[in-house]
Design a binder for this molecule. Structure first.
Ligand code: HSE
Length: 429
């Protein structure tokens, strides 16, 4: 360990920033303050009272106070978002500072550019905290899987949606009610759209994909569906069928093709991923040589995220230099991205129909014509007044392209009141 005192700069001081500032400044928590000083913190309002900070800090409101301070050699960026974070990180790297960030959006959208700026400047860019909070997943991928041609990554990687789905399953509450609670508890942002629409999971999946497969997908390369359309009924019927529902992020290799997707999926109850509850995350890596390995833990929160930030700080202080010199990519072939239309899985379909003769037969005919074989059918919640019923259809493994075409034909049938839900079943070998 280099014992010379180093000066740190920090950009942003929200809940994670506060945890990091306390951990590096307060000698009662650990020994960081024997080797580093947190010299300046960039915030919008330097005079705002911050009662959660254990030590007095020097706040600045001008990024130049950090970029142009030659004593500061390492900057921790915790402001989030693409801009101005991209500008601030680039300027810090170009002015000779190492940068540590927890910012998934900027690493997902501008990671390759920032890595090249860092390499050009001979400085390090570290971002362990951008994926999976306290789970040391990026360093494991970069270091410990280096002998493996990675075959697949599958993850529950957004704590907010996992909290919402868990409570919807356990308590039969509606999406809207649980989302309100998640916001009150501080899990979901006041604008939670990035979480519930799957965008946050897309950012994290793209970061994992770049490290594991040396493919840098744009956000639009990843098929994305969020959890906002999910109804309480889906949990009830899925449970009866032996499943729960999770938001899954997956990068799956099949020969020289890589399929990237984020969407809610039915998970068999007996699979460990089905039992990852609340705000927890799980990342499954199939290393090829290792077989599937599961990493589970707190995917967000001030202390877990600060742990990832500080482990990056330690690796810079110790001169370890792994992430990004070590894209795992043990594949001999160049991987191409496969379209979602090529995906194959079993499907869960719920339709509200007029409860009369020939309706099920008409739906079955459409599915049959598209080579989609029915595995089971349940008729549920028949409303004798309206003469409506729910049909819950499970299919055998079928092709996404065929299912999409069948769904639009089913929707057009006169006796189909509504196609309420189409969910994929996640397949585990
Ligand atoms: N909004 C994120 C989540 C926080 O819910 O997982 C951690 O990136």
């Amino acid at each position: 360990m280099n014992k010379k005192r180093l000066q740190l700069g920090m950009i942003g001081c929200g809940v994670v920033g506060t945890a990091v500032a306390n951990l590096v400044s307060d000698s009662t928590l650990n020994s960081f303050n024997e080797i580093v000083d947190l010299k300046s913190i960039l915030v919008k309002n330097p005079t705002k009272e911050r009662t959660n900070l254990l030590m007095t800090q020097n706040f600045v409101s001008d990024i130049n106070k950090i970029v142009e301070d030659d004593e500061i050699t390492i900057v921790i960026e915790l402001m989030g978002g693409e801009n101005p974070a991209f500008d601030y990180i680039s300027r810090c790297l170009k002015s000779g500072k190492h940068v540590i960030t927890a910012n998934k959006e900027v690493i997902s959208k501008k990671g390759s550019e920032l890595v090249s700026i860092a390499k050009h400047a001979g400085r390090e860019l570290k971002y362990e905290a951008s994926v999976g909070g306290g789970i040391p997943i990026l360093s494991s991928l970069s270091n410990d899987f280096s002998a493996n041609p990675i075959q697949g990554i599958r993850a529950i990687i957004n704590g907010t949606t996992n909290y919402i789905l868990t409570r919807m399953d356990n308590e039969e509450s509606s999406f809207e009610d649980v989302l309100k609670d998640a916001q009150n508890l501080g899990y979901a942002e006041s604008d939670p759209s990035d979480d519930i629409e799957g965008t946050d999971a897309v950012y994290k999946l793209s970061i994992l994909t770049r490290l594991a497969f040396d493919v840098a997908p744009t956000t639009s390369d990843i098929h994305k569906e969020g959890i906002n359309g999910i109804k309480q009924k889906e949990f009830r019927y899925s449970r009866e069928l032996g499943f729960t529902i999770k938001l899954i992020a997956s990068a799956q290799k099949r020969s020289d093709k890589l399929l990237l997707r984020v969407h809610p999926a039915l998970i068999p109850k007996e699979i460990p991923m089905a039992n990852v509850n609340g705000a927890f995350n799980m990342v499954e890596i199939d290393g090829g040589l290792t077989g599937p390995l599961w990493f589970q833990g707190a995917g967000a929160g001030p202390n877990p995220t600060a742990s990832a930030v500080l482990s990056d700080l330690m690796s810079i202080l110790e001169g370890r230099n792994r992430i990004d010199q070590t894209i795992v990519n043990n594949h001999t072939e160049l991987l191409q991205l496969a379209p979602m239309d090529d995906y194959r899985c079993r499907y869960y379909l719920r339709v509200t129909v007029n409860d009369k003769a020939g309706v099920l037969a008409a739906i079955a005919t459409i599915l049959g014509e598209r080579d989609i074989s029915i595995l089971s059918v349940l008729q549920k919640d028949t409303d004798s007044k309206l003469k409506h019923a729910d049909l819950v259809i499970m299919t055998h493994e079928s092709k996404e392209k065929n299912m999409k075409a069948a769904v639009s034909e089913i929707k057009a049938l006169l006796d189909v009141i509504n196609l309420d839900s189409l969910l994929r079943v996640e397949e585990y070998s």
